[in-house]
Design a protein around this ligand. Structure first.
Ligand SMILES: *Cc1c(COP(=O)(O)O)cnc(C)c1O
Length: 385
């Protein structure tokens, strides 16, 4: 059967984005592609395969379930790192499969030791440090409390990493808070050495931090959004270009994902009639509208009612009326002979026009992350050159 829309993933775009990240972080740090939330909607399986072609061999996810999908789809025996949720049984699974994972609470630390004893394999742990985000991670006092336990269990534990996460490095208003976090983290690195549990690698930078705070780029960089071809925010983009005026006219990123569908049907509407649910849109002239079989149930934001645009025949077609669960209407009055079956681009390029998730309204607080990660897993994804 045919799905109502499909997603195309561009290998060329991914290659370009990875080269840009390399340009930003240099050749030495290891790069891990952050592929939580189904690879920001791109599809973990498809994305791992594509990323491995650009020689990425480390993937960071949120849950054990996602890590398992990395192991299944990897053809290069890539490493997987879980930053978030795991049950105690999954800690066992991770140790058995040599999946790396964050440790940010004492219970998980003990589970790691137990699992290591059970399998006679080391648990590959990343100790997460609280530096000001106040989500997960050990505060200094807690770290000092667990340090002796870790030292006693260095047969079971391999301290792969010491890490932290910045609270909003994509936004200038958080600048001071991030600087304070950087400072606190570097103190903790010294402390870890002093406590004789030196980590193999230290890492803190996400995409925005790597761009705006070069000193956050340590041994490993956890980059998500840049891999997919988006700036973390408009501010980071402006900041980067202001630091590199010579690159003003160079496009440095290209979105990997395009989302496409087809015109399901067209209809003429008389001036004065309402279109769609409720009375949010009234035709002020005789109009032709096309219905597209994509709605909020397929990840097209309802907020784009009467605001969004799609591409048909290489031209913008504005959304009219409310976005429905399964279908959305667009105005094609200005287009010539739009027919059932014509291609509709929801995110992507058509002719010389483009609509990217970042251009959706109200994206100042990074809606691109949200729009992408909400694309349903059931929508087919197809890799192209
Ligand atoms: C999501 C996430 C990242 C990646 O963030 P991007 O802005 O997509 O680069 C890095 N680290 C942690 C802890 C995250 O949750």
């Amino acid at each position: 059967m045919t799905s109502t829309s499909y997603i195309e993933l561009s290998q060329q775009a991914l290659d370009k984005n990875i080269s840009f990240i390399r340009q930003v972080i240099g050749l030495d740090p290891r790069l891990t592609a952050v592929i939580k939330a189904n690879a920001y909607g791109h599809g973990i399986e498809q994305f791992v395969t594509m990323a491995e072609q650009t020689h990425i061999n480390h993937f960071t996810v949120f849950s054990a379930e996602e890590a398992q999908r990395v192991l299944k789809s990897s053809r290069m025996n890539s490493d997987a790192l879980v930053m978030g949720f795991m049950t105690n049984e999954e800690v066992e699974w991770a140790v058995h499969n040599q999946v790396e994972f964050y440790v940010f609470e004492q219970d998980r630390l003990r589970q790691a030791v137990k699992a290591a004893q059970k399998w006679s394999k080391k648990a590959l742990i990343h100790l997460e440090i609280e530096t000001g985000m106040n989500r997960t991670g050990f505060r200094r006092e807690e770290f000092l409390e667990i340090a002796p336990y870790i030292r006693e269990h260095l047969k079971e534990l391999f301290v792969k990493g010491l890490c932290t996460h910045y609270a909003g490095a994509e936004s200038i208003i958080n600048h001071k808070r991030v600087e304070a976090q950087v400072e606190r983290f570097s103190e903790m690195i010294v402390l870890a050495e002093r406590e004789k549990i030196p980590p193999e690698v230290c890492h803190s930078a996400c995409s925005a931090a790597a761009l705006a705070f070069p000193n956050t780029v340590m041994d490993l960089v956890r980059s998500g959004i840049l891999c997919y071809g988006y700036w973390p925010s408009q501010q980071t983009q402006e900041h980067y270009y202001s630091q590199h005026p010579e690159l003003r006219d160079v496009s440095l990123l290209k979105p990997v994902l395009q989302w496409k569908s087809w015109v399901m049907s067209t209809k003429e509407v008389k001036a004065g009639d309402h279109i769609g649910y409720g009375e949010s849109y009234m035709a002020d002239q005789d109009m032709v509208i096309a219905s597209v079989p994509v709605g909020y149930g397929y990840g097209y934001p309802r907020d784009l009612s009467n605001k969004g645009e799609m591409l048909i025949h290489g031209k913008l077609a504005p959304v009219v009326g409310r976005v429905g669960m399964n279908a959305t209407m667009v105005d094609v009055t200005h287009l010539y002979n739009v027919k059932k079956g014509d291609e509709v681009v929801i995110i992507g390029e058509q002719g010389d026009k483009a609509i990217w998730a970042a251009a959706f309204p109200e994206w100042e607080n990074p809606l691109n992350y949200e729009v992408l990660s909400r694309l349903p897993e059931s929508t087919p994804r197809l890799a192209v050159e």
